[in-house]
Design a protein around this ligand. Sequence first.
Ligand SMILES: Nc1ncnc2c1ncn2[C@@H]1O[C@H](COP(=O)(O)OP(=O)(O)OP(=O)(O)O)[C@@H](O)[C@H]1O
Ligand SMILES: [Mg+2]
Length: 479
Amino acid sequence: MAELQSEHVLVVAIDFGTTYSGYAFSSGVEFEKDPTKISSNKPWIASQGLVSHKTPTCVLLNPDGTFKNFGYQAEDKYNEIAADDSQDHSQFYFFRRFKMVLHTRAHLNREVTVEDETGKSMKAIDVFAHGIRFLKNHALETINIQGLQIDEMDIHWVITVPAIWSDGAKQFMREAAQKAGVEENNLSIALEPEAASVYCKYLPIHQLGQDASGGCFLPGAKYMVIDLGGGTADITVHKVEGDGSLCEVHGPSGGAWGGTKVDQAFMRFVTEIFGEDVMRDFKKNNMEDAIDLHREFELRKRSVKMDSGETTSMAIKIPVALYELYEDKHGKRLRDDMKNSPKFKSYRDKITCTADKMKINIDLMKTFFKRPLEDLYMQVGQPTKVGQSITSLPLSVRAGQQQARVRIFASKNSCPCFVTDEGCSYLGEILVDVPEMEFDEGGTIEVQMTFGGTELHVEALEKKSKQMYKSRFDFLSGN
Ligand SMILES: Nc1ncnc2c1ncn2[C@@H]1O[C@H](COP(=O)(O)OP(=O)(O)OP(=O)(O)O)[C@@H](O)[C@H]1O
Ligand SMILES: [Mg+2]
């Protein structure tokens, strides 16, 4: 985490979130004057007048796989298609909340697929690329509208990722961005909590909140950054070094305990009440209402105060179609079953159903947050100095050999013997482009791996000529 310098005419950063996405940009000139002077996308507007700072990470593709819409526009368009009898929405691809696949998949490779809302699969890298391309083009349009005459090649792109992501996931995001038209050399991957930390460091004290004292960012100070996103919770401890730069002391640790876990708990609850078959029909035939229910919960969940006893219940708008489907299936209205049926005994005093609402006891609402909050514990890792740790590996190459390949395995054992040992797993491979050798007998290349930056950096040094050669680590090569 070196001190910031502006080497670029314009830096555009894309925050591709699990639930919401957006972008921000800063010109080199503005940055020199004030590093916190950052412009961001204009507020995004959904139908029904919903306005927000970021737009939902939703990708809508045509039946032939070409791009149609992103964000609120994608949600609204998909709703429109679902409501239009002349079109079959199940032919279209609608992806939402797919970012987590990069965190949860144990063996990530380029072939990993994601499922859309109706269960159709597509290669994840293409879905990510569609999303990034949309945000990139949107950012370029915004920049143009602002009258900044900037050549795309003068823009440095940044994509932020959760700190707890594996190197493979970071590489996946990098490759998706390249697929979306971002030049490899014009792209940096930044860690989300690190970006927040650096930003706060430059903020005037009064903007950091009433508890922030001037000592917050003085050399030697340590602080914890907790980034609670939609998909992940990221915990990192940073320390301010003597020269003002930041060093990561602990972490990153965390896990898949983001806000979407709360949504999942709510949807499990709704499924328990209405029944799986009703929910299946509801999602299949009332997509528009299903999306509205998600939006409704998104709004309501924000007013739940875990430590306040002021409110006793919360009313959530329930699509009439859902109540009707229940009645069709069971021959009785849910509100009557809620009062009389033994299956709802435990919910009877906690839920009241009205024509288009469900009044839910606040303690029941709080249980949706319970599990993710419990899971949010601290795991403290080994201190990592940024840019530190270089491991060298000698490699003999024959004359005429064009590429050298080194398979890398990881083990928790400090002295592993064989790659087949228990606890040893395949990480990926290093690919070194071997230069045309001027000598016939081949030579030795020293592969240097630098750990501690945002991404693993690999360089290859040809010992005789002392020349550095391009090399890369491939975490996505599968097993
Ligand atoms: N006031 C609030 N109370 C509870 N949850 C909230 C509140 N505001 C936002 N959220 C939840 O936070 C999540 C969105 O946070 P954020 O935009 O930081 O995540 P993201 O960038 O989409 O995800 P990630 O960074 O994990 O990929 C959503 O799940 C949203 O419902
Ligand atoms: Mg985020």
